[in-house]
Ligand binder design. Structure first.
Ligand code: FES
Length: 76
């Protein structure tokens, strides 16, 4: 299962890593593939108190070695 990344939608780190390995190399692609980062209750549900977009971008960077851009729309 792995640790939780998106608390609003309930998407685990493993799920995100799978999606990145499957070709989702942008935040938008991850949103479409997993639904992560499409909630807007981050302040209430995510213990870190912020949106999971930064964590997702970090994971994409870690898995691909690249540096994806863009923020999600839920916290802009
Ligand atoms: S924690 Fe992912 S959208 Fe709120």
């Amino acid at each position: 299962m792995g640790k939780m990344i998106c608390y609003c939608i309930g998407v685990s780190e493993d799920r995100i890593i799978d999606a990145v390995r499957g070709g989702a190399h942008t935040l938008k692609a991850i949103q479409e593939a997993t639904g992560a980062c499409t909630g807007n209750q981050c302040k209430e549900l995510n213990p870190s108190g912020h949106c999971c977009s930064e964590d997702i971008i970090e994971l994409i960077k870690r898995v691909t070695g690249g540096s994806p851009s863009s923020k999600c729309s839920c916290c802009s």
